[in-house]
Design a protein around this ligand. Structure first.
Ligand SMILES: [Zn+2]
Length: 82
């Protein structure tokens, strides 16, 4: 965790984009007693990428016929699991 002191206050360097942002809840998510190592923008981006990947995987399974027949109602509405 990289934290730096600037004229404006304490900032934290995002582990993904490498930019420094003010260390508060506007820019970083809290994780337990500390802070997430990625800034909010990167977290959002990463989550979106992971979700897109998951959706792609489900579509691939469907095409391959792995998920055939069995109760498939939950697959498309199951966006809560990341
Ligand atoms: Zn970032």
């Amino acid at each position: 965790m990289k934290i730096i002191k600037t004229e404006l206050g304490i900032e934290k360097i995002c582990g993904l984009c490498g930019e420094s942002w003010p260390l508060d809840e506007d820019f970083f998510y809290r994780r337990g007693s500390g802070w997430h190592s990625y800034c909010k923008a990167c977290c959002t981006l990463r989550t979106a990428e992971l979700r897109a990947g998951a959706v792609r995987k489900v579509k691939l399974y469907k095409r391959k016929g792995i998920k055939n027949g069995n109760d498939s109602r939950g697959i498309d509405g199951n966006s809560g699991t990341v």
